[in-house]
Design a protein around this ligand. Structure first.
Ligand code: FES
Length: 72
């Protein structure tokens, strides 16, 4: 089984690494380039290419730096 990793980028998108399919609310798939190693999903809400990141987070002032809790 191939593991999928979702990386939360500081002040930016969710970067998904691994084989995935992204579908809309009706189950239709969004085209994803299978040759790209990762896919970036918008987290700021300002992308003109939702659900994908188009870089707008860099100019809209989006700030979010999340850290997972330290292991116990
Ligand atoms: S996170 Fe990049 S455009 Fe929204």
């Amino acid at each position: 089984m191939t593991r999928v990793t979702i990386r939360v980028r500081d002040n930016g998108p969710l970067l998904i690494e691994g084989p995935i399919e992204i579908v809309d609310a009706e189950g239709r798939p969004f085209p994803v380039d299978p040759n790209k190693p990762a896919c970036a999903l918008c987290r700021c809400g300002h992308s003109q290419k939702k659900p994908f990141c188009d870089g707008s987070h860099k100019t809209c002032g989006f700030q979010s730096v999340e850290r997972a809790p330290a292991p116990a």
